[in-house]
Design a protein around this ligand. Structure first.
Ligand SMILES: [Mg+2]
Length: 366
C-alpha cells in the first residue's frame, strides 16, 4: 500500500461555550470554525484523518502540507509509522514545526491502520481499560465563591476530581487552594495547573501551600525551559510535580525531567504536544519504567484512545468553562469516559466537523 493523497480540509469546530480562559487574558480555545483536517489517502482506498483545532489551524496546516508533508508522504507505506515519525523529526530540524502540528501525520496514520483492521485505535495499541474516571479541569473564574460553587456542581455531576486553573497570583491562588480543600473535605482528589504562570520563588511559595492542602499534583507552574528550576522546586516542596507538558522533544525531553528528579508525580503524555500517538506512547512507557504516571493531557478524541491504552495514567481531563456546569458529552453520570467504539480514531460524525469528514471519507475520489 502506498500513500497517494495528502490533503487539508478546513472545517468548522465547535468552540467551548463560554471559551476556556486561563489566568488574565490567556484565551485557550480556538474560535469556532477554526479547524482543519489532515487527510491521508492510499492506492488501496484506505485512508486516515487527523483533526487540527487551534487558532490559525487551516492556514498553518495548508502551508505545511504544500511545502513539506505532501512531497514527503506520497509514495510511502502508511504502515511505516516509526520510520515516518523519525522522518518528521528530521524535517523539524529545518522547519521547527509547531508542536501541535508535529503529531498530526502520526495520528492520521494510526487512524488509517485501525480503520483497515476495523478496530478502535486503543485496541490496536493494546487496551488496558475500557473506561476511565474524568476530572473537571476548570477555567479561571472570577472569585473564590465561584470556584467553590463550580466544585460543588462538578462533584454532584460525578466528576472524580477537580483541577484548578486559577489567577496566576501565588498568594491568592494559595488561599483559593486551601479554601477549596476545606470546602470539599479530605477525600476529593485536587490538582493545580499553573500554566507556567510563575517564577521559582512564587512557584515554591504556592507549592508549599499545595502540599499543606494535600493536592494530588502540581502541574506546570513555570515555563518548561529550565529543568534545573524544576529540580530546585522539587527540592523545595513536597507536593508531587506533573511536568513536561509543553516542552519540545517528546520523550527525549521528558527523560531529562525524570532523571533530574523533577517529575515527582510524573509527566504529561497527550497527542497534541508529545508528537502524536507514537510520541505519547513512548513518553508513557518511559515514565512507566521509572514507576511514574503519564497523565494524558487534553480532551480531544485521540486522547480518549490514549486513556484506554496507557496503563500508568489516572484520569481523563474534561474542561469545565462555565459557572453553570454541564457534563462534557463524553462523561457519563458516574463521571466515567467509556472507550471509543468505532473503527480508527472514530471522530464524532454528528458534529459539524464530522459531517465534513464524513462527506469526503465516504465519497471515493480516486
Ligand atoms: Mg496543563
Amino acid at each position: 500500500m502506498k500513500i497517494t493523497h495528502v490533503e487539508v480540509h478546513p472545517v468548522g469546530v465547535p468552540a467551548a461555550d463560554p471559551p476556556f480562559r486561563w489566568r488574565q487574558g490567556l484565551a485557550g480555545s480556538a474560535p469556532k470554525g477554526d479547524g482543519a483536517v489532515l487527510h491521508i489517502g492510499t492506492d488501496s482506498g484506505a485512508e486516515g484523518v487527523a483533526l487540527f483545532a487551534r487558532p490559525g489551524a487551516a492556514v498553518m496546516l495548508e502551508d505545511l502540507v504544500e511545502r513539506v508533508f505532501r512531497d514527503e508522504l506520497i509514495g510511502q507505506d502508511p504502515y511505516q509509522r516509526e520510520w515516518l515519525w523519525h522522518r518528521i523529526w528530521e524535517l523539524d530540524r529545518i522547519q521547527e514545526l509547531p508542536l501541535p502540528a508535529f503529531g498530526l501525520v502520526d495520528v492520521a496514520l494510526w487512524d488509517l491502520a485501525a480503520r483497515v483492521r476495523d478496530q478502535p485505535v486503543w485496541q490496536l495499541l493494546g487496551g488496558y481499560r475500557t473506561a476511565i474516571p474524568a476530572y473537571a479541569s476548570t477555567s479561571t473564574f472570577s472569585t473564590t465563591a465561584e470556584f467553590l460553587d463550580v466544585a460543588d456542581q462538578c462533584l454532584k455531576l460525578g466528576y472524580h476530581g477537580i483541577k484548578l486553573h486559577a489567577w496566576g497570583d501565588a498568594r491568592k491562588d494559595a488561599e483559593l487552594c486551601l479554601a477549596l480543600r476545606a470546602h470539599v473535605g479530605a477525600d476529593i482528589p485536587l490538582m493545580y495547573d499553573g500554566s507556567a504562570g510563575f517564577d521559582l520563588p512564587d512557584a515554591i511559595y504556592l507549592g508549599r501551600a499545595l502540599a499543606e492542602a494535600n493536592f494530588l499534583w502540581y502541574e506546570e507552574p513555570m515555563r518548561e525551559f529550565s529543568i534545573s528550576a524544576y529540580q530546585r522546586l522539587a527540592q523545595s516542596t513536597t507536593v508531587p510535580l506533573l511536568v513536561a507538558e509543553t516542552s519540545d522533544g517528546a520523550h527525549m525531553n521528558s527523560a531529562d525531567f525524570i532523571t533530574a528528579g523533577a517529575a515527582t508525580f510524573g509527566v504529561r503524555a497527550g497527542t497534541t504536544l508529545r508528537g502524536g500517538i507514537t510520541g505519547a506512547m513512548r513518553t508513557a512507557h518511559l515514565a512507566d519504567a521509572y514507576r511514574l504516571r503519564a497523565e494524558v493531557h487534553g480532551s480531544d478524541i485521540p486522547n480518549h484512545h490514549l486513556c484506554m491504552a496507557i496503563s500508568n495514567t489516572t484520569y481523563y481531563e474534561s474542561l469545565v468553562t462555565s459557572v453553570d456546569v454541564k457534563r462534557e458529552r463524553h462523561v457519563d453520570q458516574n463521571g466515567l469516559v467509556q472507550a471509543p467504539q468505532g473503527p480508527g480514531i472514530a471522530l464524532p460524525y454528528e458534529l459539524e466537523y464530522g459531517k465534513a469528514l464524513q462527506s469526503f471519507v465516504e465519497t471515493p475520489k480516486y
